[in-house]
Structures are given as C-alpha cells and as structure tokens.
Design a protein around this ligand. Structure first.
Ligand SMILES: Nc1ncnc2c1ncn2[C@@H]1O[C@H](COP(=O)(O)OP(=O)(O)OP(=O)(O)O)[C@@H](O)[C@H]1O
Length: 237
C-alpha cells in the first residue's frame, strides 16, 4: 500500500513502519512478520486487533523498541527509532513513549507514587510536579486519592491497570502503546476504563495504539486496524 505524502503530512506521523520484517528465528518454518508500510497520524487513537498469534504483541514490541526488525525501519515522531543503538532507543522510549504491557510491571513493594516517580526519573522530562500530576491522574482515572501511598502489591488488577496508565502518561508521552489491558475487567468496568483512557489521551494530545482481540472495545476508537490488513506477503522469506 503506497501513498504519496506531502512534507506536511509526513510531519504529522506519529508512526511510520517501512518494509519491516521481524523473525524470532531464522529458520524456514518461521515466516516472520512483514509490514510493507503503515502510518499512524499524530493524535490518532487506533484499535489494533487480530486473532491470537497474528503478531499484535510482536508489532507493539517493535513500536516500543523492545524488539528490532531484521529488515526495514520504524520512525517514531518522524525520527529514526528502530535503527538507534540500544541505549539511545531506551532513552527515546523513556522520553517519548508510554508503554502498558500485559503484565503491568509495577514494582510490587514500592508505593504507587514511587512507581510513578521512577518512570520520571528515567526520562529527560524532569518534572518538578510529579506528585501533583500523579494525584491528578489518580483522580481522572477514578482511583482513591490515598492509593498513591499504597504498595503496588496491595492493588486489585483493575487498580494496577489504571496505575500503569498513570505511570505511562506521567512524562507526557506523545505516543502511548497499550497491550490488552482489560481482560480481567467485567463489562461495566471495561466501559469506564476505556472512556477514561481515551479521554485522558485526547486531553494530552497523545497518539494511542491499543491492542486487543476483544472486538467489544472497537466502539471506543475512531480508527480500527485488523492485523491481517497490515501484513504483506513476501515471496523470499
Ligand atoms: N519470544 C518468542 N519466540 C518465538 N516465537 C514467538 C515469540 N513470541 C511470539 N512468537 C510467535 O510469533 C507469532 C506472533 O505472536 P504474538 O504474541 O505477537 O501474537 P498476538 O497476536 O499478540 O497473540 P495473542 O493475541 O495470543 O497475544 C506467534 O506465532 C508466536 O508463536
């Protein structure tokens, strides 16, 4: 899928995937994931779905720079990203990308506030009002105010999900990547979570890529992409 882009349109891309091939193994039985081209505009909220094993988590890991492509490249916010050396990629991620993966990766014995402060510590966005911003997100995400001083291992799964979102947003990332966060929630909690997540991203002007196989959640997004639409065939792999 080729599109001709004016320089102005290029500037508005949060994500550009160009001829990306990723294989876990270099054996013949691993055909790998190949995407010729994919663009996500800045500020867009995209629901990325597809059947189990279709490569959603692999793609999200490529966008987060946790994995790097065997071929091709990924630009994030119009800057080369996948080709950066590992430490520069880590730095770029800490400064520009918020990530919420399936295991929320909160440090269990630290308080919610300490978990959030740590995310800021590793970024160049040294904010002097982290606690204030954390309290604001706690309120927006409809968590109890005193949760900031609760240890992460004392939280319910639903609370951990929202704390992980607050932590991912604390550095004002331009791009938020979220992987299947609602599987443990019942229907009404899902609705509330999705509304808050999309509202908070919109208010922050953040681009959101949200991965799930739960088609119920599609209604919360203006743009929806099926993994099979993104994947291209390559004869030589
Ligand atoms: N660490 C790994 N090593 C080798 N192969 C892997 C690894 N992780 C995933 N795969 C393979 O890559 C393919 C895509 O997996 P991926 O987890 O990206 O799919 P998914 O769409 O996120 O699936 P699900 O919805 O079940 O989480 C699958 O065939 C899977 O077996």
């Amino acid at each position: 899928m080729m599109t001709s882009e004016t320089p102005n349109q290029l500037n508005q891309n949060a994500i550009q995937v160009n001829n990306v091939l990723h294989r876990y193994k270099t054996t013949d039985d691993d055909k790998g994931l190949f995407i010729a081209q994919w663009r996500v505009q800045r500020g867009q909220q995209v629901f990325l779905h597809g059947e189990s094993g279709s490569g959603k988590t692999t793609l999200l890991n490529l966008l987060a720079g946790v994995l790097t492509p065997n071929e091709g490249n990924i630009h994030i916010l119009n800057q080369p990203f996948s080709t950066l050396k590992a430490h520069k990629r880590d730095k770029f991620r800490a400064d520009h990308i918020g990530v919420v993966f399936q295991q929320f990766n909160l440090i269990p014995y630290l308080s919610v506030l300490k978990n959030i402060q740590l995310a800021n510590h590793f970024s160049s966005t040294h904010l002097n009002n982290v606690e204030e911003r954390a309290a604001d997100y706690v309120q927006k995400l409809k968590l109890p105010a005193n949760i900031l001083h609760t240890a992460a291992n004392a939280l319910s799964i639903g609370q951990q999900q929202r704390v992980a979102i607050a932590r991912a947003l604390i550095n004002k990332p331009e791009l938020l990547l979220v992987d299947e966060p609602t599987s443990a929630l019942d229907a009404s909690a899902k609705d509330a979570f999705m509304r808050v997540l999309t509202e908070v991203c919109e208010a922050a002007g953040a681009t959101l890529v949200f991965v799930s196989h739960d088609m119920y959640l599609r209604q919360f997004f203006p743009v929806s992409v099926e993994m099979s639409e993104l994947l291209s065939q390559r004869e030589d792999v």
